[in-house]
Design a binder for this molecule. Structure first.
Ligand code: NCD
Length: 307
């Protein structure tokens, strides 16, 4: 099925086949960007960010501009009519009269679903609360494909805040559809992968182990996905302070890892990866930021045009 005019709300909205096609297009755009610079001439992308962002918002805007499109929007809720009490669906219905595609980030889980229901144009979920972040997953998969050349069979370690981290939620759901992928979840007990995701993996026969000690298991990993402890989703600051520095990746920990393991992080990093790791060739998080633009270029091309 074509992706034209569809929305991307959940990471499972596209089949593995559709997604692989999208990732292949992203790789082609990465190699021959000039061929695509007029693809979205005359098209308008609205970027509606009700929650802070650097990479996601700017990479979407860069992606639209690099395809010849134009961008409207806001980067904080306080500058939109939401501050006057307008409902999300009214805002979206209005903006869909102005734009050809809408990118939304919102602090509430389920907001992107509501937006997609209210919109006359495709909606892309750029993060809804602690729920999902499907375009970060496309970015992650593109990075993994670029480095490892395949996704099937990988052992993927996820470390840090697995409870509130929407990037790991989307990644784990999505990547578990590939053959023989298994997971190692390393987190403090209080920040472990939510039950609904563990149930999802159990129901789909996907192997995973859980640990609160990364040292024991880093040597098995092909990919290590580090995450930030999500301060803004905690109910009290003391818990955040107690948990925030429990998992820090440094060169000492990395000594035990495979030579060809790759370290990913959706960024922003706070403290969870020591700066000394940046110089190690396994550090791939800035390459990942670059992949984000190409993944989003491919996504918007496919939602707006038959490519
Ligand atoms: C992530 C997010 O916003 O969920 N960042 C991003 O989109 N690159 C991760 C985070 O904020 O920790």
């Amino acid at each position: 099925m074509s992706l034209t005019n569809r929305s991307l709300v959940s990471t499972l909205d596209f089949t593995v086949g559709e997604q692989d096609k999208l990732l292949t297009l992203a790789e082609i755009i990465m190699k021959t960007p000039k061929e695509y610079r007029h693809l979205l001439d005359g098209r308008v992308m609205a970027s509606l960010f009700f929650e802070p962002s650097t990479r996601t918002r700017l990479s979407f805007e860069a992606a639209a501009l690099r395809l010849g499109g134009q961008v409207i929007g806001f980067s904080e809720a306080s500058s939109s009519s939401a501050a006057k009490g307008e409902s999300l669906s009214d805002t979206i219905r209005t903006v869909s009269q102005y734009a050809d595609i809408i990118v939304i980030r919102h602090p509430k889980e389920g907001a992107a679903q509501i937006a997609a229901g209210a919109s006359d144009v495709p909606v892309i979920n750029a993060g809804d609360g602690g729920h999902e972040h499907p375009t970060q997953t496309l970015t992650d998969l593109l990075t993994i494909r670029s480095i490892k050349k395949h996704i099937d069979g990988l052992v993927v370690g996820c470390c840090g805040d697995l409870k509130f981290g929407r990037t790991v939620h989307s990644l784990v759901k999505n990547i578990s559809r590939y053959k023989n992928v298994s997971f190692i979840f390393a987190s403090p007990e209080e920040l472990r992968m939510p039950r609904f995701l563990r149930t999802y993996l159990n129901d789909n026969g996907v192997m995973y182990t859980e640990t609160d000690n990364m040292d024991d298991c880093i040597r098995h990993m092909d990919v290590l996905y580090m995450t930030r402890v999500q301060r803004e989703r905690f109910f009290n600051e003391e818990d955040y302070i107690r948990l925030k520095d429990l998992f820090i990746l440094d060169m000492n920990k990395l000594k035990n890892a495979k030579k060809d393991m790759c370290v990913l992080h959706p960024l922003p990093r706070v403290n969870e990866i020591a700066y000394e790791v940046d110089a190690d060739e396994r550090a791939a998080y800035f390459q990942q930021a670059s992949c984000g633009v190409y993944a989003r270029m491919a996504l918007m091309s496919m939602l707006l045009e038959e490519v």
